[in-house]
Design a protein around this ligand. Structure first.
Ligand code: CA
Length: 225
Protein backbone atom coordinates (compact mmCIF):
# COMPACT_ATOMS: atom_id res chain seq x y z
CA UNK A 1 0.00 0.00 0.00
CA UNK A 2 1.26 3.39 -0.89
CA UNK A 3 1.83 5.74 2.00
CA UNK A 4 1.96 8.79 -0.19
CA UNK A 5 0.70 11.90 1.46
CA UNK A 6 0.68 15.60 0.78
CA UNK A 7 3.01 17.46 3.13
CA UNK A 8 3.54 21.20 3.42
CA UNK A 9 6.94 22.23 4.79
CA UNK A 10 6.93 25.72 6.30
CA UNK A 11 10.51 26.84 6.83
CA UNK A 12 12.34 30.02 5.87
CA UNK A 13 15.79 28.43 5.87
CA UNK A 14 16.06 27.00 2.35
CA UNK A 15 18.77 24.52 3.32
CA UNK A 16 16.61 22.95 5.99
CA UNK A 17 13.51 23.10 3.82
CA UNK A 18 15.26 21.38 0.92
CA UNK A 19 16.71 18.70 3.15
CA UNK A 20 13.33 17.90 4.67
CA UNK A 21 11.81 18.01 1.20
CA UNK A 22 14.37 15.51 -0.06
CA UNK A 23 13.74 13.02 2.73
CA UNK A 24 9.98 13.24 2.45
CA UNK A 25 10.10 12.74 -1.31
CA UNK A 26 12.22 9.67 -0.76
CA UNK A 27 9.27 8.32 1.19
CA UNK A 28 7.08 9.13 -1.81
CA UNK A 29 5.24 12.05 -0.30
CA UNK A 30 4.19 15.06 -2.34
CA UNK A 31 5.90 18.05 -0.81
CA UNK A 32 5.09 21.75 -1.07
CA UNK A 33 7.27 24.40 0.53
CA UNK A 34 6.34 27.74 2.03
CA UNK A 35 8.86 30.20 3.45
CA UNK A 36 6.48 32.46 5.39
CA UNK A 37 3.36 32.03 7.50
CA UNK A 38 1.30 33.94 4.96
CA UNK A 39 2.45 31.71 2.13
CA UNK A 40 1.88 28.64 4.29
CA UNK A 41 -1.78 29.47 4.92
CA UNK A 42 -2.28 30.02 1.22
CA UNK A 43 -0.64 26.74 0.24
CA UNK A 44 -2.50 24.81 2.94
CA UNK A 45 -5.75 26.26 1.64
CA UNK A 46 -4.90 25.19 -1.89
CA UNK A 47 -3.48 21.74 -1.22
CA UNK A 48 -5.43 20.39 1.77
CA UNK A 49 -2.32 18.60 3.03
CA UNK A 50 -2.24 15.45 5.15
CA UNK A 51 0.47 16.94 7.34
CA UNK A 52 2.23 20.25 8.00
CA UNK A 53 5.80 20.69 9.21
CA UNK A 54 5.97 24.13 10.75
CA UNK A 55 9.02 26.09 11.86
CA UNK A 56 8.35 28.39 14.81
CA UNK A 57 10.75 31.13 13.76
CA UNK A 58 9.36 32.58 10.56
CA UNK A 59 9.89 36.05 9.08
CA UNK A 60 7.00 38.44 8.60
CA UNK A 61 3.75 39.03 10.45
CA UNK A 62 2.85 35.43 11.12
CA UNK A 63 5.30 33.32 13.12
CA UNK A 64 4.95 29.58 13.57
CA UNK A 65 2.72 29.86 16.65
CA UNK A 66 0.32 32.25 14.98
CA UNK A 67 0.36 30.16 11.85
CA UNK A 68 -0.53 27.06 13.89
CA UNK A 69 -3.38 28.94 15.58
CA UNK A 70 -4.80 29.99 12.22
CA UNK A 71 -4.44 26.52 10.75
CA UNK A 72 -6.36 25.15 13.73
CA UNK A 73 -9.14 27.66 13.20
CA UNK A 74 -10.15 25.81 10.05
CA UNK A 75 -8.41 22.43 9.97
CA UNK A 76 -7.31 19.50 12.09
CA UNK A 77 -4.42 18.56 9.81
CA UNK A 78 -1.56 17.13 11.90
CA UNK A 79 1.19 19.68 12.61
CA UNK A 80 4.78 18.91 13.55
CA UNK A 81 6.57 21.99 14.92
CA UNK A 82 10.25 22.66 14.46
CA UNK A 83 11.71 24.40 17.48
CA UNK A 84 15.01 26.21 17.32
CA UNK A 85 16.16 24.91 20.67
CA UNK A 86 15.11 22.50 23.32
CA UNK A 87 12.78 25.07 24.78
CA UNK A 88 10.13 23.78 27.15
CA UNK A 89 8.00 26.93 26.73
CA UNK A 90 7.99 26.64 22.95
CA UNK A 91 6.84 23.08 23.23
CA UNK A 92 4.09 23.85 25.73
CA UNK A 93 2.80 26.76 23.68
CA UNK A 94 2.99 24.66 20.53
CA UNK A 95 0.92 21.88 22.04
CA UNK A 96 -1.57 24.35 23.47
CA UNK A 97 -2.03 25.78 19.99
CA UNK A 98 -2.75 22.34 18.68
CA UNK A 99 0.58 21.03 17.37
CA UNK A 100 0.73 17.23 17.32
CA UNK A 101 4.44 16.76 17.73
CA UNK A 102 7.65 18.73 17.72
CA UNK A 103 11.23 18.23 16.63
CA UNK A 104 14.13 20.20 18.05
CA UNK A 105 16.74 21.72 15.75
CA UNK A 106 19.27 20.57 14.87
CA UNK A 107 17.42 17.40 14.01
CA UNK A 108 18.18 14.42 11.89
CA UNK A 109 16.00 14.38 8.77
CA UNK A 110 15.72 10.66 9.19
CA UNK A 111 14.15 11.14 12.60
CA UNK A 112 11.73 13.72 11.24
CA UNK A 113 10.76 11.38 8.40
CA UNK A 114 10.07 8.67 10.98
CA UNK A 115 7.82 11.02 12.97
CA UNK A 116 5.99 11.94 9.80
CA UNK A 117 5.40 8.29 9.08
CA UNK A 118 4.13 7.65 12.61
CA UNK A 119 1.74 10.57 12.56
CA UNK A 120 0.38 9.71 9.14
CA UNK A 121 -0.22 6.16 10.30
CA UNK A 122 -2.15 7.46 13.30
CA UNK A 123 -4.21 9.90 11.28
CA UNK A 124 -5.19 7.24 8.78
CA UNK A 125 -3.43 8.51 5.68
CA UNK A 126 -3.21 7.71 2.81
CA UNK A 127 -6.40 9.17 1.54
CA UNK A 128 -8.23 6.82 -0.75
CA UNK A 129 -10.25 8.73 -3.27
CA UNK A 130 -13.24 6.79 -4.51
CA UNK A 131 -13.22 6.24 -8.23
CA UNK A 132 -9.59 7.23 -8.43
CA UNK A 133 -9.07 5.74 -11.87
CA UNK A 134 -9.95 8.00 -14.78
CA UNK A 135 -10.22 6.42 -18.20
CA UNK A 136 -9.94 8.02 -21.60
CA UNK A 137 -10.09 5.38 -24.31
CA UNK A 138 -6.89 3.37 -23.98
CA UNK A 139 -5.56 5.61 -21.21
CA UNK A 140 -6.10 5.03 -17.50
CA UNK A 141 -4.93 7.51 -14.88
CA UNK A 142 -4.86 6.08 -11.38
CA UNK A 143 -4.69 9.07 -9.07
CA UNK A 144 -4.21 6.93 -5.95
CA UNK A 145 -1.26 4.95 -7.27
CA UNK A 146 -0.01 7.89 -9.34
CA UNK A 147 0.22 5.62 -12.30
CA UNK A 148 -0.71 6.22 -15.92
CA UNK A 149 -1.37 3.33 -18.26
CA UNK A 150 -1.75 3.34 -22.01
CA UNK A 151 -2.97 0.08 -23.52
CA UNK A 152 -2.44 -1.39 -20.04
CA UNK A 153 1.27 -0.51 -20.18
CA UNK A 154 2.72 1.98 -17.70
CA UNK A 155 3.66 5.30 -19.29
CA UNK A 156 6.83 6.93 -18.00
CA UNK A 157 5.85 10.49 -17.16
CA UNK A 158 8.24 13.03 -15.66
CA UNK A 159 7.15 14.22 -12.22
CA UNK A 160 6.13 17.60 -13.61
CA UNK A 161 4.10 16.03 -16.41
CA UNK A 162 2.27 13.88 -13.89
CA UNK A 163 1.64 16.85 -11.64
CA UNK A 164 0.20 18.79 -14.57
CA UNK A 165 -2.01 15.87 -15.61
CA UNK A 166 -3.35 15.45 -12.06
CA UNK A 167 -4.13 19.13 -11.75
CA UNK A 168 -5.97 19.08 -15.08
CA UNK A 169 -7.93 16.07 -13.84
CA UNK A 170 -8.88 17.83 -10.60
CA UNK A 171 -10.25 20.64 -12.74
CA UNK A 172 -11.71 18.52 -15.46
CA UNK A 173 -13.95 20.41 -17.86
CA UNK A 174 -12.58 23.80 -16.91
CA UNK A 175 -10.54 26.02 -19.20
CA UNK A 176 -7.37 26.94 -17.32
CA UNK A 177 -4.90 29.66 -18.15
CA UNK A 178 -1.20 28.95 -18.30
CA UNK A 179 -0.80 31.02 -15.14
CA UNK A 180 -3.42 28.94 -13.31
CA UNK A 181 -1.68 25.79 -14.43
CA UNK A 182 1.69 27.09 -13.24
CA UNK A 183 0.18 28.08 -9.89
CA UNK A 184 -1.61 24.80 -9.46
CA UNK A 185 0.72 22.19 -10.87
CA UNK A 186 4.21 23.62 -10.37
CA UNK A 187 6.18 24.04 -7.18
CA UNK A 188 5.13 26.96 -5.06
CA UNK A 189 7.38 29.95 -5.81
CA UNK A 190 8.40 28.43 -9.10
CA UNK A 191 9.45 31.26 -11.36
CA UNK A 192 9.46 30.75 -15.07
CA UNK A 193 8.00 31.33 -18.45
CA UNK A 194 4.39 30.41 -19.13
CA UNK A 195 5.58 28.65 -22.28
CA UNK A 196 6.85 25.91 -19.98
CA UNK A 197 3.23 24.82 -19.77
CA UNK A 198 3.08 24.39 -23.54
CA UNK A 199 6.18 22.22 -23.48
CA UNK A 200 4.68 19.92 -20.88
CA UNK A 201 1.32 19.79 -22.61
CA UNK A 202 3.13 18.75 -25.78
CA UNK A 203 4.88 15.97 -23.89
CA UNK A 204 1.62 14.72 -22.39
CA UNK A 205 -0.01 14.65 -25.80
CA UNK A 206 2.95 12.87 -27.32
CA UNK A 207 3.13 10.23 -24.58
CA UNK A 208 -0.59 9.66 -24.12
CA UNK A 209 -1.81 9.98 -27.69
CA UNK A 210 -5.01 11.22 -29.28
CA UNK A 211 -7.38 9.68 -26.73
CA UNK A 212 -6.33 12.19 -24.10
CA UNK A 213 -8.95 14.94 -24.39
CA UNK A 214 -6.49 17.72 -23.63
CA UNK A 215 -7.79 20.64 -25.65
CA UNK A 216 -6.23 23.98 -26.49
CA UNK A 217 -8.63 26.78 -25.60
CA UNK A 218 -7.69 29.75 -27.81
CA UNK A 219 -6.98 32.91 -25.88
CA UNK A 220 -7.16 31.06 -22.56
CA UNK A 221 -5.00 28.00 -22.21
CA UNK A 222 -5.98 24.36 -21.88
CA UNK A 223 -8.86 22.18 -20.82
CA UNK A 224 -9.08 18.48 -20.07
CA UNK A 225 -12.31 16.86 -21.18
CA1 CA B 1 13.25 29.80 10.84
Amino acid sequence: MSEQAVVVVVEDDPNIADLVDLYLRRDDHRVYQASTGEKALEVIGQRSPDLVILDIGLPGEIDGFECCRRIRATSDVPVIMLTARDDEIDRVVGFELGADDYVTKPFSPRELAARVKAILRRSGTPRDPVGAVHEFGDIAVDTARLEVLRDAEPVALAAQELSLLLFLLENRGLALSRRQLLDGAWEVDWVGDERTVDVHVRQLRRKLGPNLPLKTVPGVGYRLG
